[in-house]
Design a binder for this molecule. Structure first.
Ligand code: PLP
Length: 500
């Protein structure tokens, strides 16, 4: 199976090459040239497998230039015993007769990005070997908080790689910042940027497309790659847990073989919910994909009207990992929905860049509203949902997952659809503890306490253990103190790598 760019400029790329490059040279994203399809029997057979077996089963269909042994090694390295604090890796919890929660935050950094970022470095190292790459890989990451730490953890001390993470100085929580600035490892760097996430992401994109810098890197024995969710090696491991959730429901007798279910996904860069689209396209019985946004509701408008308009105020919210106005992975969906029309996608992306918006019509819009349903959640509703769900079910939601639950409620009220629905839970409630504590205990109890005291409070009052990745964080030594302007990111790369 080969990969091509969403902008039509490149084809016949192996998966190893696509993973190594991250972004396609024409600025597009890599997608499979041909669709992968599973038979119903293959899908049902997953019910008898554990998560690791399911992962190999799905991955080998997309990464067919890797041997089964190589994939098994990567999977065991990422999801083997002790890596996640839950042996099932991505357990499904039943909330009520219709709603289930897929917990994706049992990895080392307590957010769902671990699922992909624990395995990506392993896939990348093998990709380098397969493509006889001699240059050292430099991973550049722009993060709204969770990706950065998850990438640092994933790449820490991985042979032949270095990683530089840029995060918006004021756009991440105390816990997220502490996680990044205390990161250990001999090949890891984190740098704060004076700007928001889109500024940071644009800065990284500019560095990636800087030809002069690329030449200089090569002379110094380095090569850039990306661990952002634009890398196919990030996306493909995320397809696995949609199948896994279905297989778990089937194994538990919650659904019948072939029964369609919905997924609700708290969405930012559109990676997670795009993986769900691929699962659906492969044959997983999915009725609706429910796209949940916060006040940065670009995607709600897009799915409901066909207009993608980033020309709006950027809102800082209590679900910061979804504070995004340009959802990069949407480009892949557009490419798929236009039957791989790279010229059309390039036109839209050019309009987005120059005019800040584009509009889809006709067949693309029709397919979009057939598969997707979208709504958004206000700050107030997010807190209310956390409180209500805790009162009703004694189940603690983080802010992002609360957006998912609230949008699911809106979906049911609006459509009356009682199809069983899995709500994707993207972070541990401990990771965004300030808002969670405020929702449950009220402003007064929370006032004057820092996030680290609130971790203790939540654990005590709710009878839960603080996850290992967050415990003792405030006592760790700060190892990374760099800060730069939006225009200073390239200089930081040059300095860190000591480029001549
Ligand atoms: C990254 C992230 C999201 C958004 O996921 P996308 O794949 O970017 O849509 C949602 N919630 C949390 C906690 C995240 O870290």
């Amino acid at each position: 199976m080969y990969y091509e760019s969403t902008r039509g400029g490149i084809r016949n790329i192996t998966s190893a090459e696509a993973i190594k490059r991250g972004l396609a040279p024409d600025g597009g994203l890599f997608v499979p040239e041909t669709a992968v399809k599973l038979t119903p029997e293959e899908i049902y057979s997953l019910a008898d497998m554990d998560y690791r077996e399911r992962a190999v089963f799905i991955l080998r269909r997309f990464l067919d230039d890797y041997t089964d042994e190589e994939l098994a090694e990567c999977v065991i390295g990422a999801y083997g015993s002790g890596k996640f604090d839950e042996d099932r890796v991505a357990p499904v919890v039943k909330l009520n007769d219709n709603a289930y929660i897929l917990e994706l935050w049992h990895g080392p950094t307590c957010a769902f990005k671990d699922v992909a970022l624990q395995i990506l470095p392993r896939l990348l190292v093998k990709a380098n070997r397969k493509t006889r790459e001699n240059a050292e890989t430099v991973i550049l990451v722009a993060t709204s908080g969770d990706t950065g730490k998850a990438a640092l953890e994933g790449f820490k001390d991985v042979e032949g790689t270095r990683i530089i993470v840029f995060f918006p100085e004021k756009g991440v929580s105390q816990v997220q910042k502490m996680q990044m600035v205390t990161q250990e490892g001999r090949n890891v760097y984190s740098v704060a940027v004076r700007g928001n996430f889109d500024d940071t992401q644009n800065g990284v994109k500019a560095i990636f497309s800087d030809k002069e810098l690329a030449g200089r890197m090569l002379e110094n024995g380095y090569k850039f790659s990306s661990a952002n969710s634009i890398n196919w090696g990030r996306l493909v491991p995320q397809i696995v847990y949609y199948f896994s959730a279905y297989a778990d429901l089937l194994a538990a007798g919650e659904i019948k073989a072939g029964e369609a279910i919905n997924f609700t996904v708290p969405t930012g860069n559109f990676g997670n919910i795009l993986a769900a689209w691929y699962a659906r396209d492969m044959g997983l019985p999915i009725n609706k994909l429910i796209c949940a946004s916060n006040d940065n509701n670009v995607l709600t408008e897009f799915i409901n009207t066909g207009l993608y308009n980033r020309e709006r105020e950027f809102r800082k919210t209590i679900s910061p990992s979804m504070d995004i106005l340009i959802s990069s992975n949407l480009e892949r969906l557009l490419f798929e929905l236009t039957e791989h029309d790279g010229e059309q996608v390039l036109d839209w992306m050019t309009e987005l860049k120059n005019e800040g918006k584009y509009m889809v019509f006709g067949e693309v819009k029709r397919k979009l509203s057939e598969m997707y349903w979208a709504a958004y959640t206000t700050e107030h509703e997010t807190l209310e949902t956390i409180r209500d769900v805790y009162e009703d079910y004694e189940y603690l939601l983080d802010t992002h997952t609360a957006v998912g639950v609230d949008v699911y409620d809106k979906y049911v009220i609006s459509t009356g659809d009682m199809t069983k629905t899995v709500i994707v839970s993207t972070a541990s409630p401990f990771k965004f503890n300030e808002s969670v504590a405020r929702a449950i205990f009220g402003d007064e109890t929370v006032a004057g306490k820092n996030e680290f005291q609130l971790l203790d409070l939540l654990a005590e009052q709710c009878g839960l253990d603080i996850p290992a990745g967050l415990d003792g964080l405030s006592d760790k030594a700060v190892l990374h103190e760099s800060i730069c302007s939006r225009d200073g990111m390239k200089e930081q790369v040059i300095r860190i790598l000591g480029l001549k």
